[in-house]
Write a protein that binds this ligand. Structure first.
Ligand code: ATP
Ligand code: MG
Ligand code: MG
Length: 371
């Protein structure tokens, strides 16, 4: 069978590999971690860095197509693989934009889509002027932030400058704090032939900066949901994006949509598609990278996805009590095979399908209490 390559072997790579195997492909994973969750499903695990020349050479020789699951993968490695004539999707250029909040927000704004007012903070001098348009705000490192890490909330210019000094004056964005009615996301798939499909809109709730639950369909007006999907597809087109991409939005009180950020890969808020759509976001990634048609993204049933963090494991590493979850109707558990449970670490998730999103949410919450 054709061999597909993936840069990164976390839980997203694991679910990608499972989907690829189900579709008859072989999988080669590049990830420096010996215990990478995706390794269990891989035919070949190259346990090397993302810039290791021999590992990249191996992928160039053996893979029919290559993708990524890791936001901070080296974009030049992806460009090098593409230069060897292998279809690499998404492109290194798209990944590079998504890796830098200044480039990302600037691109989105230039594409004619709304973002929160932001200031590109390239150095200390960037914060010298009048900052009132961005305050109260959040100072976010331009690179390497995730799960709300690398962010400081600031009320005054003084606080912003102090926080920036604490961050060693690294490149940042200062972004105005928006009044959020809700947060939603859209997973969009775009193929080389330009076909585009978007999954139904997920409504996302975070706890301590980490996604806690996704509710699908999102409890927003239909018009808002349709606009979110249209904006996500428009962004994918402007980027000439190939593959699966997540777009996170802020919903404001009047139903206005502001794009928060994008992820150049399947996304935690799309895990409901493993059970609630005929085609999962991981199968879409396989289809897109192989130049096939996107699958049907229609929702079969309203669904709530709940993240399982290491916090619900015992201090001795003992597993939560799964009894209620295992016996609940229309509920499915997914675990990522991680050896060590740590607070805040994503260990798995479960999906609850029901007749309405509200029913699914109530059932999901009731299960959570029993773990
Ligand atoms: P992820 O893990 O999704 O990649 P991240 O670390 O890149 O997260 P953001 O998505 O920028 O961080 O922000 C994390 C959360 O902080 C958002 O989901 C939102 O709840 C809140 N937040 C971020 N920016 C703003 C803002 N400008 N106004 C209000 N809330 C915000
Ligand atoms: Mg992010
Ligand atoms: Mg985010």
């Amino acid at each position: 069978p054709a061999m597909l390559g993936i840069l990164g072997g976390g839980q997203l790579g694991r679910m990608f590999a499972a989907a690829a195997k189900n579709m008859g492909y072989g999988v080669t994973v590049l990830d420096p971690d010996n215990h990478a969750p995706a390794a269990d499903f891989a035919d070949v695990h190259l346990c090397k860095s993302f810039t290791d020349p021999a590992a990249l050479q191996y992928m160039a020789e053996h893979c029919a197509a290559i993708t990524t699951e890791f936001e901070n993968v080296n974009a030049d490695s992806m460009r090098w693989l593409a230069a060897q004539g292998i279809p690499v999707s998404p492109s290194g250029d798209c990944v590079a934009i998504a890796q830098d909040r200044i480039a990302e927000k600037t691109f989105i704004r230039d594409a004619g889509l709304d973002v929160a007012p932001f200031l590109a903070v390239k150095n200390a001098a960037s914060l010298e002027g009048d900052l009132s348009a961005y305050l109260p705000g959040i100072l976010k490192t331009a690179r390497l932030g995730y799960d709300g890490k690398g962010q400081v909330r600031v009320k005054t210019a003084e606080e912003a400058r102090f926080a920036h000094a604490e961050m060693k004056h690294q490149p940042c964005v200062l972004e105005k704090m928006m009044p959020l009615a809700a947060e939603v996301s859209v997973i969009v798939t775009r193929t080389r032939a330009g076909e585009v499909a978007s999954f139904p809109v997920a409504e996302n709730e975070h706890v301590n900066g980490i996604l806690d639950v996704s509710i699908v369909p999102a409890r927003v007006d239909n018009a808002v949901a349709e606009r979110a999907r249209a904006m996500a597809m428009q962004l994918a087109e402007k980027l000439d994006y190939i593959g699966v991409m997540a777009v996170e939005f802020f919903v404001l009180d009047g139903g206005e949509l502001v794009i928060n950020e994008m992820a150049p890969r399947p996304h935690n808020s799309g895990h409901y598609t493993l059970d609630a759509t005929l085609t999962s976001q991981f199968e879409q990634q396989v289809r897109a990278m192989c130049g096939l048609y996107p699958g049907k993204p229609d929702l079969l049933k309203p669904t709530v996805m709940v993240n399982l963090l290491g916090d619900v494991w015992g201090e001795d590493g003992s597993e939560p009590r799964w009894e209620v979850l295992m016996t609940a109707p229309n509920t499915k558990l997914h675990l990522y095979g991680k050896k060590q449970a740590r607070p805040g670490r994503k260990m798995g998730h479960y999906n609850v399908l029901a007749e309405t999103a509200q029913d699914a949410l109530e059932q999901a919450n009731a299960i959570k209490e029993t773990l």
